[in-house]
Every structure is written in structure tokens, then in C-alpha cells.
Write a protein that binds this ligand. Structure first.
Ligand code: HEC
Ligand code: HEC
Ligand code: HEC
Ligand code: HEC
Length: 149
């Protein structure tokens, strides 16, 4: 009994330590405005994509406050630095860079040493382009113009 209890505590400490190390490293969402100065061309062309206008689609029907809708039409929903609601975090509306490239705080602080995720793959798209929302989703076709033109 005593041995088991001791081992359990050590295991718990190990787990806590690992979790701490991860949270120290994990980046947070910062929003497009932070990316634009260093990536002006992509940021401009992205404005012409439907991802950029995703919140407008909800506004048309007054549904930009419905969590069931916004979760796929915004950036970093309910994650650190990400979209909370349209009143508090309007700058995180729309499907921005960090949806596909991951939270960017560390890359923004030191772009040469902190790589941001380069590519996402079909699985990431499928979080929102689900079978129900977008039955005909074809990654090869739809990823061609992710940054607009
Ligand atoms: C201070 C300038 C700066 C800011 C701010 C910045 N970047 Fe970068 N980014 C760079 C540089 C420089 C590179 C090229 C790094 C290299 O080649 O090693 C880069 C590369 C990238 C790449 C390609 C990574 C790869 O492996 O090829 C992506 C994607 C990217 N940035 C996305 C973003 C996003 C998203 C944001 C906003 C959250 C952002 N960047 C903000 C300077 C910046
Ligand atoms: C956070 C959710 C989310 C993710 C992840 C996401 N999208 Fe989207 N995407 C949307 C929404 C929402 C729209 C519709 C925007 C509108 O018109 O209001 C959309 C629209 C599009 C469109 C234009 C309409 C269409 O279906 O042809 C393309 C193309 C597209 N996405 C490609 C992609 C690709 C490729 C990926 C993965 C690399 C991806 N998306 C990841 C939410 C997402
Ligand atoms: C699971 C993710 C997801 C959820 C939840 C979601 N959407 Fe979307 N929405 C998408 C994607 C992906 C697209 C683009 C698909 C396409 O164009 O084929 C889209 C497109 C749209 C469009 C543009 C349609 C067009 O063709 O112009 C509107 C409007 C829209 N959604 C409204 C809503 C509303 C309202 C809700 C809540 C009731 C909602 N969405 C919930 C992912 C989602
Ligand atoms: C819908 C997903 C999606 C969004 C949104 C998105 N990207 Fe990308 N990005 C990709 C994919 C996929 C690639 C890889 C393309 C390739 O290798 O051909 C990429 C590649 C890149 C690269 C490296 C290659 C290059 O084209 O220079 C940079 C830098 C970059 N993205 C920055 C951005 C910035 C900045 C934004 C926001 C303004 C953004 N991306 C928005 C999916 C996305």
C-alpha cells in the first residue's frame, strides 16, 4: 500500500512537470494585425478570400453571436488569445492565418528561430469543412488558393 501510494505521487509529479513544460512553450493566438507587417502580400490577398469574410456571412442573418455558428467562422475559438465573442474580440473574427498555421505569438516574437506550422493538411480543414457543412470538400482543389489572389 505505502509503496503504491509513493509511486503514485512520483508519477503525479512527473505528469505535472511535463504539463508545465508544455504550457511554457505553447504559443497563443495574436491575430492577423500582427502578421500583416511582415507578410503584407499574403495578408492583402487573404482579404479577398471567403475565409476573411466568414463573420459577415453570419452577420447577414444576425447569427454572429451564436456559439454554434461562430466556432467555425472565427479564429482560435475559446483558445488562449483567440475569439471569445463578437463584442470582446472582433479582431479575431473570420478564418485567419492562425487557423491554418497555428497560434503565432512565439513566431511573432522571434520569426527566425520560432517556426510556425507551415502546412495544415486536409484533416485541419475537415474540422470545419465537415461532411455535413461541405460534403464535396476536395483538399487538392480547395487548398489551391488559400491565400487568395
Ligand atoms: C517580425 C516579422 C514576422 C511576423 C510578425 C510574422 N512573421 Fe511569419 N515569417 C517571418 C519570417 C522572416 C519568416 C521566414 C522564416 C524562415 O524562413 O526561417 C516567416 C515565415 C512564416 C511562415 C512559413 C514557415 C515555413 O516553415 O516556411 C508562415 C506560415 C508564417 N511565417 C506565418 C505567420 C503568421 C500566421 C504570422 C502572424 C501570427 C506571422 N507569420 C508573423 C516573419 C514574421
Ligand atoms: C475554423 C474553420 C475552418 C477551417 C479550419 C477551414 N475553413 Fe475553409 N471555410 C470556413 C468557413 C466558415 C467558410 C465559409 C466562409 C463564408 O463564406 O462565410 C470557408 C470557406 C472556404 C472556401 C471557400 C468556399 C468553398 O467551399 O469553396 C475555401 C476554398 C476553403 N474554405 C478552403 C479551406 C481549406 C483548404 C482549409 C484547410 C487548409 C480550410 N478551408 C480550413 C471555415 C474553415
Ligand atoms: C462545422 C463548422 C461550421 C459550423 C458549425 C457552421 N458553419 Fe457556416 N460554413 C462552414 C463552412 C466550411 C462553410 C463553407 C462551405 C461551403 O461554402 O461549401 C460555411 C459557409 C457558411 C455560409 C456561406 C454560405 C454561402 O454559400 O454563401 C453561411 C451564411 C454560413 N456558413 C452560416 C452559418 C450559420 C448561420 C451557422 C450556425 C447555424 C453556421 N454557418 C455554422 C462551416 C460551419
Ligand atoms: C485556410 C488555411 C490557410 C490560411 C487561412 C492561411 N494560410 Fe498560409 N498556408 C496555408 C497552406 C496550406 C500553405 C502551404 C502552401 C504550399 O506549400 O503551397 C501555406 C503557406 C504559407 C506560407 C509559406 C509559403 C508561402 O506561400 O510563402 C506563409 C508565409 C503563409 N502561409 C502565411 C500566411 C498568412 C500571413 C496568412 C494570413 C494572412 C495565411 N498564411 C493564411 C494555409 C493557410
Amino acid at each position: 500500500m505505502t509503496i503504491k501510494k509513493g509511486a503514485g505521487i512520483i508519477l503525479l509529479l512527473l505528469l505535472m512537470n511535463t504539463a508545465g513544460a508544455y504550457s511554457e512553450q505553447s504559443a497563443t493566438y495574436v491575430g492577423l494585425k500582427k502578421c500583416a507587417p511582415c507578410h503584407p502580400n499574403i495578408s492583402n490577398s487573404w482579404q479577398n478570400t471567403r475565409h476573411a469574410k466568414a463573420i459577415d456571412s453570419l452577420k447577414k442573418s444576425g447569427q454572429e453571436t451564436l456559439p454554434a455558428c461562430v466556432k467555425c467562422h472565427v479564429t482560435g475559438y475559446e483558445l488562449d488569445g483567440g475569439f471569445i465573442d463578437y463584442e470582446l474580440t472582433p479582431e479575431m473574427a473570420g478564418v485567419q492565418c492562425e487557423v491554418c498555421h497555428g497560434p503565432g505569438s512565439e513566431h511573432v516574437a522571434s520569426p527566425m528561430t520560432k517556426k510556425i506550422v507551415k502546412e495544415s493538411g486536409a484533416a485541419l480543414c475537415r474540422q470545419c469543412h465537415t461532411q455535413g457543412q461541405d460534403p464535396g470538400f476536395d483538399y487538392a482543389v480547395k487548398a489551391k488558393n488559400v491565400h487568395g489572389n
